[in-house]
Design a protein around this ligand. Structure first.
Ligand code: ADP
Length: 182
């Protein structure tokens, strides 16, 4: 079960959820995919399991995705209409352009949502699982990119940060609460 929204900010255009992204009825959920787009572990595996085999078929026809970019598919058996697949950077210590690549994932996913007329979009905490990105640094990048994008683009109604693990959820909660005070 999903813990209901506990925090909303920026005129209710940013929300935080502690739960499973595959359960969300939004226009698009973002997948933290790998370059093959052929499925994997973590959130990627969960999304493919919930969407069913037609998602893999469509991903196969795309032929992969470079790090930092995003690709768009249907959601099939998911409650979400679409999936935006983005490939986060593997963290190699922070001096290999990881921050810029992670920021691109958020930007390109949001642009993909706009191009495809998606008004509600949910993100997992890209790169903070197997790819080893330090969670606090990643959360700051995610938040600043989303905030900037929503400031410049009014067509997206809502961005949901969907945190699965308690550590990320607590980091986001603190970040959003302290940002709301400023
Ligand atoms: P990456 O390879 O980009 O690190 P992972 O899937 O290993 O991708 O982890 C990214 C984040 O996704 C992690 O913070 C993990 O807790 C989270 N995650 C795993 N399963 C789910 C899920 N079903 N819904 C939302 N987030 C999930």
């Amino acid at each position: 079960m999903i813990n209901q929204f506990l925090y909303a900010m920026l005129e209710n255009r940013i929300e935080l959820i502690h739960g499973d992204i595959t359960k969300l009825s939004v226009d698009a959920i973002v997948n933290a995919a790998n370059q093959s787009l052929l499925g994997g572990s973590g959130v990627d595996g969960a999304i493919h399991r919930a969407a069913g085999p037609r998602l893999l078929e469509e991903c196969r026809s795309i032929g992969g995705c470079p790090t930092g970019e995003a690709r768009f598919t249907r959601g099939y058996n998911l409650p979400a209409k679409f999936v935006i697949h983005t490939v986060g950077p593997v963290y190699y210590g922070g001096k290999h352009g990881e921050a810029e690549k992670l920021a691109s994932c958020y930007r390109n996913s949001l642009e993909m949502a706009v191009i495809n007329d998606c008004k509600t979009i949910a993100f997992p905490n890209i790169s903070t699982g197997i790819y080893g990105y330090p969670k606090e640094e990643a959360s700051k990048i995610a938040f600043s990119e989303v905030k900037r994008f929503l400031g410049e683009n009014k067509t997206i109604d809502k961005v949901i940060f969907c945190c699965f693990d308690a550590e990320n959820y607590s980091l986001y909660m603190h970040m959003l609460v302290s940002s709301g005070k400023n």
